[in-house]
Design a protein around this ligand. Structure first.
Ligand SMILES: *Cc1c(COP(=O)(O)O)cnc(C)c1O
Length: 393
């Protein structure tokens, strides 16, 4: 049976519900300025796109194409991203008395972080819609991923970074041919400077200020469901900056239920942040629906240095709706966990990913997690991108 390449129908505002066309370039909702979400005709997809069809597909995130936003296959800009391994953490699990502890290792993706998923999608769609140049502010891995996919797509990229962004993130952007502008301050300051300097024709691919990075990151939700044989884990711990991955997975779970691939059971979603920049944790503790700007954000986990996530209300909603939680982890603690995971499991992961193990230990101590539950830690990047964090002794 021939099925449509995509069941994409429209874009819908996450707050006011306004509809927008997916055939024109869209940033945020024209009525209220909030994030747009891609919507699909899932009822039609349910009878045509079956999970069995996945068996014959290549092991990449593009195996879910009918529920992705690309309308012509030739527009896909790919470096082979997706289907990252689900690795059992046996030794650490044994020590903690957990029988089902797993890590989804996104450090093996092109450009060494899961930013590849979002930017592969955003840049593919931008190319499809005729964009010639993309810009973004970033304090970490997004710059390299944007620059890599832009290079492959033949687009120009202009990246605004805080001066103290890790050297590797600046250099990787430069090597792919991006125009890199260094800015005093943090990612919010970089965004300000970008908006002052923004030229006609530059398309802003900031987190959730365009609808398609989310569609790339949601494939983590599809993948983990498929890898767990359509039984979602009980608990998912996710290192949260802008929150694209957490929001994306939550969206994917809902879509998969509508496709008839999973039931209504959901993991408890845990947003893990660094103690030096924990706006979501603070909002969660105060049971608020939005976060406040975090002053003087500081952490070695550069991907978590986001003082105010643009879609904080969507992150918090997923955490509340899932009966989840939000946990802050100190830099000293996550650095120790980086070594622990490397030495006990052979995985050299990023500090953001290591934070999830510290958070898990805290949740175990509070009995929020029980020993027989299936627990998934997200490693979002490769440790080798953070050489400055490893001491020789
Ligand atoms: C960007 C980033 C994060 C945060 O991701 P969001 O989905 O934006 O919350 C976590 N870890 C690493 C390594 C990152 O680069």
């Amino acid at each position: 049976m021939n099925i449509p390449l995509t069941f994409l129908t429209h874009l819908e505002c996450s707050v006011c519900g306004d509809r927008h066309s997916p055939h024109e370039l869209q940033a945020v909702c024209r009525s209220c300025g909030k994030s747009l979400l891609a919507r699909y005709d899932l009822q039609a997809a349910k009878s045509q796109f079956l999970s069995e069809h996945l068996k014959s597909k290549a092991p990449s995130m593009w195996r879910y194409l009918p529920v992705l936003p690309i309308e012509r296959e030739t527009n896909i800009v790919s470096l082979g991203e997706g289907m990252t391994p689900l690795v059992p953490l046996r030794k650490i699990g044994d020590e903690l008395g957990l029988s089902n502890l797993w890590m989804k290792d996104e450090g093996q993706l092109p450009t060494g972080s899961f930013k590849a998923r979002g930017l592969a999608m955003a840049i593919s769609k931008a190319k499809e819609l005729g964009v010639r140049a993309v810009c973004m502010p970033t304090a970490g891995n997004a710059g390299g991923a944007a620059a890599a996919y832009a290079a492959r797509a033949g687009l120009q990229s202009i990246i605004f970074m805080p001066e103290d962004t890790p050297e590797i993130n600046i250099k990787e952007s430069i090597v792919y041919g991006a125009q890199v502008e260094l800015v005093k301050g943090n990612i919010s300051d970089a965004a300000k400077v970008m908006n002052e300097k923004k030229q006609k024709g530059w398309f802003d691919v900031s987190t959730l200020k365009e609808p398609y990075r989310l569609e790339g990151k949601k494939t983590m939700g599809y993948e983990l469901a498929e890898q767990f044989d359509w039984e979602l884990p009980d608990v998912v711990l996710y290192p949260t900056g802008g929150g694209t991955g957490l929001i994306g997975m939550w969206k994917a779970f809902d879509e998969m239920e509508q496709l008839g691939w999973i039931n209504s059971r959901r993991p408890r979603m845990i947003s893990v942040q660094a103690a030096g920049c924990a706006p979501i944790v603070k909002a969660f503790q105060e049971q608020k629906s939005e976060s406040e700007f975090w002053q003087n954000a500081q952490t070695v986990a550069s991907g978590l240095r986001v003082p105010k996530a643009f879609a904080d209300h969507l992150i918090l909603k997923a955490v509340y709706d899932s009966n989840g939680s939000a946990v802050a982890v100190k830099d000293e603690e996550l650095l120790v966990a980086m070594r622990e995971i490397a030495q006990k499991e052979g995985l050299f992961i990023c500090p953001e990913g290591a934070a999830t193990l510290v958070a898990l230990k805290k949740l175990l101590a509070e009995n929020f997690v029980t020993p027989d539950e299936t627990i998934l830690l997200f490693n979002t990047g490769a440790g080798i991108k953070y050489p400055e964090l490893v001491k020789r002794s």
